[in-house]
Each structure stands twice: as C-alpha cells, then as structure tokens.
Design a protein around this ligand. Structure first.
Ligand code: UD1
Length: 416
C-alpha cells in the first residue's frame, strides 16, 4: 500500500490541467452496454475506478481498450453477472443494472454493501426499475433482476439520487414508450450522460432539470464523445491555491458547474477570475470562515465538503459545516485534529474554529474526498505530513502528486 509524504508550507504557483470527470465517465462507460455499435470516449481519466469499470464491462461481454485517456468499447454478446469482488471495490458498479435489463432482460449484480460514508441504499434504483416492469429478488447477496421488456413509466424519486437517475435514464432510453423521471438529480454528470445518450440516438428532454422526459427508441448507435472535465478535481485544486496562499491557472476548469464552490471560496477571501486561458485563482489575504451546507446540485457538493473544511481550519473565525447528503461523512475530522485543527461535531454538523497553523502528522485516509482534505491540510501544514492508505485517493484523482508537484508542492509517494 502506498502513502504520500508531504513537506508543507509552499505556496502553489503555475498552471494545471483538469482531467476528465470520473463521475461522468463511469455512467457513460456503463451506458455503452446499451449500444449495438462501438463507442469511442475521450478525456477518460486514468483512475482505478475507471479500470475497475473496464474490467467489469469485459466480464459482461464487451471488449474494451484504454489508451492515453481514450477508451473504445465494442459490444459483444452480453452476460448478466457483476460479481461481488468488483462491486465491493466500486459501488458505481450497480449502474450496470439498468442497461443490462434494457438490453438482455436479466441481471445478477452484487448488492453493494455500506461504505465508509454511510449506508447508501439502492432502493430508489430498484423501485424505479420495478415500475418499468422488472422483478427483483435477493439471492446470496446478489440482486437478481429480470423482465420481458422494460416499459416506460412515470417515476418520482423520494430524493434526488445521482446514481438512481442515471440507472433509470439508461434503462428508459431503450424501454417501450415514454418515461418521466420526477425529482431527478440535476448534477452536471447526469447531463453529460444524457448528452452522450443523445449522441447515440436517444430521445431525451429536460436533463439538468428535476423532470426528465425520455421517449424509448429501439436501438442506439455508436458515437465518439468527449467526457466533461472533473468539477470536483477542479474544486480541490482551487482549494489548494487557497490553503497555500498561492496562485494557479486551471485549464479546462468547468467553472459554470462549480458556482456553489467558487462563491464560497470567494466569500472566504479568494480571488477567482475566468480568463481566456482558464480560471485564475489566488489568495493574497488570510481566509475568512464561512458556513456551508451540502445540498444536491446546484447546491454545495458533498464531494467538496471535506476539502473546504481543511480551508476552514486555517480561516479566521468560526465556520459551520452541515452535511445533509451522507450520514457519516466526517471521518477526516479526527485526522485533521491530529494536525492541530479545532473541530467539534454534533450529528451532521461540524463547528470549525480557525487556528493560525496546522502541524504535519501521520494521518490515515478513510474515503476518497476525506483523503483529498488531508493532502490539502498537509500542503499548508508546518513540517511533514504522511497520508496513509491513499488507495482511496487513487480511485478518484489522476496522478495527484505529479500534478501538485508541477506547481511547486513537495510530495513523494512511498510504499508503506
Ligand atoms: C454520487 C457520486 C458521489 C456523490 C453523490 C452525491 C458517483 C459515482 N458518485 O453517488 O461521488 O457524493 O452522488 O452527490 O457519481 N439514496 C437512497 N436510496 C437510493 C439512492 C440514494 O436513500 O436508492 C440516498 C443516499 O443514501 C444519499 C442520497 O440519496 O443519502 C444521495 O445519494 P446518490 O445521489 O444516489 O449518490 P450516488 O449516486 O451513490
């Protein structure tokens, strides 16, 4: 297992290029199951979750090639089984359920268990697919699904779920008749999936709103598609500029999809300007505390909660974080405290009292975004920080230490 060793205290300066979005690429890769022709995807990040997905697509009967951010998926004769060994390493594997039912009328997909940030049930995925005519039973930890043909339906989600909306959207594009998804997730990654499906001949309206309308078609053709840039990676690097009092130019930064984050960072005292070359961010003055509540898009993303908390640790005054999406997403708090942060949590709320400096320490990452928050804290801390268990980080950030070192950070990777 690898760890990162960070010598803190260097202001980051220079240019970085934002990678393709993991959370957009994953559903788009699963959507390739729906096509009867090959698809070429560009701007696919080189991440562990992407390679897990390609492996799973291979087991489902597709043939996949990955080279330099480009993936080609060719359809084959499909098999219905997503085994536990893969699903347990990546919850997003459940996104093959909708496409498999739509294409071959059967699926055997391991039920993803709980994960570090909470229970994360998939009841909304199953309820929606049942409304479209699928039937499910649980067999030895596997969801067994079958249907003769999926039919369009009027589905209202109990809460806006990103994965649920994506699974149902993929199922509906090949279903018989019309589907309406109400209280749908409006996240940019859902919109990117819809744009990909439209490029393959699907008929979809209302993506990016909470009411998506889909008219089923009998087949989808191949396409070439560029995946959107990763708004969470971009947000993390904006935060890196802020916490080190540096100046960065981010190329391919999806600034329109990051408004809730940039507004908060500006409230904290950072300057963020869009130029013809990219987004320029700097922070010449001490950060100020702010209050943040995570919400579904267009609200403040839960995937940026841990990172902004690291900034709050060094901001003047008191900040309040309310996590309203996942029940157990404060695992980074105890680790930040080991570096000298002053944080009190009560239920879903964290009160952060800013301190003048953080001190390097050995810390342990327990989930993807929590790991990013520890890297940020390490970049600003006095002395050396060791972030252990960084396999979480490798699931979601492409070559993070190389990218940060290219703008002045001092990070090295070592085997534990
Ligand atoms: C996706 C993102 C993840 C992000 C999250 C919220 C991917 C691969 N992952 O996760 O990075 O943090 O959106 O923006 O894109 N829920 C249910 N029942 C369901 C489905 C969800 O109760 O059937 C609940 C969840 O427990 C959670 C909330 O709904 O409290 C939102 O979850 P959801 O939007 O589905 O998250 P994911 O798609 O798993």
């Amino acid at each position: 297992m690898d760890k990162l060793i960070i010598e803190g205290g260097v202001p980051l300066t220079g240019c970085m290029t934002i990678s393709g979005s993991k959370n957009a690429a994953l559903p788009i890769l699963f959507a390739s199951i729906l096509l009867d022709e090959a698809v070429t995807l560009r701007n696919v990040p080189d991440l562990r979750d992407i390679h897990t997905t390609l492996k799973l697509l291979g087991m489902l009967g597709c043939s996949c090639e990955y080279q330099d951010g480009q993936v080609c998926v060719r359809p084959g004769s499909l098999l219905p089984e997503a085994p536990y060994e893969l699903v347990r390493t990546m919850r997003a594997s459940v996104l093959c359920l909708g496409p498999l039912l739509a294409r071959i009328g059967q699926a055997r997909v391991a039920l993803p268990g709980g994960c570090a940030i909470g229970a994360r049930p998939v009841d909304q995925h199953l309820k929606g697919l049942e409304q479209m005519g699928a039937r499910f039973e649980l067999d030895q930890g596997y969801i067994l699904g079958h249907c003769r043909k999926l039919n369009g339906a009027h589905i209202t989600f109990d809460m806006p779920t990103v994965g649920g909306t994506e699974n149902l959207l993929m199922a509906a594009v090949l279903a018989e008749g019309e589907t309406i998804l109400e209280n749908a997730a409006r996240e940019p990654e859902v919109v990117d999936l819809a744009h990909f499906l439209l490029a393959c001949g699907a008929r979809i309206e209302g993506q990016g709103t909470s009411r998506i309308h889909i008219a089923g078609v009998s087949r989808l053709h191949g396409a070439e598609y560029d995946v959107m840039s990763d708004r969470i990676e971009a947000g993390t690097f904006l935060a890196a500029a802020g916490i080190t009092c540096g100046e960065l130019l981010l190329r391919h930064c999806p600034v329109n999809e990051l408004k809730a984050v940039t507004l908060k960072l500006q409230d904290m005292g950072m300057k963020i300007t869009t130029t013809s070359e990219g987004v320029l961010v700097n922070c010449a003055r001490p950060l100020r505390g702010v209050d943040v509540t995570t919400k579904p898009y267009p609200g403040f993303p839960t995937d940026m909660q841990a990172q902004i908390m690291s900034l709050m640790c060094l901001a003047e005054g008191t900040s309040v974080v309310k996590e309203s999406i996942f029940e157990n997403r404060f695992m980074h708090v105890m680790e930040l405290e080991r570096m000298g942060a002053q944080i009190r949590t009560s239920g879903h709320t964290a009160l952060v009292r800013g301190v003048r400096r953080l001190a390097g320490a050995p810390v342990m990452a327990s989930d993807l975004r929590g790991s990013a928050s520890l890297v940020l804290a390490g970049l600003a801390a006095n002395g050396t920080t060791e972030v252990r268990r960084i396999y979480h980080l490798d699931r979601g950030y492409e070559r993070i230490e190389n990218k940060l070192n290219s703008v002045g950070a001092r990070i090295r990777r070592e085997k534990e």
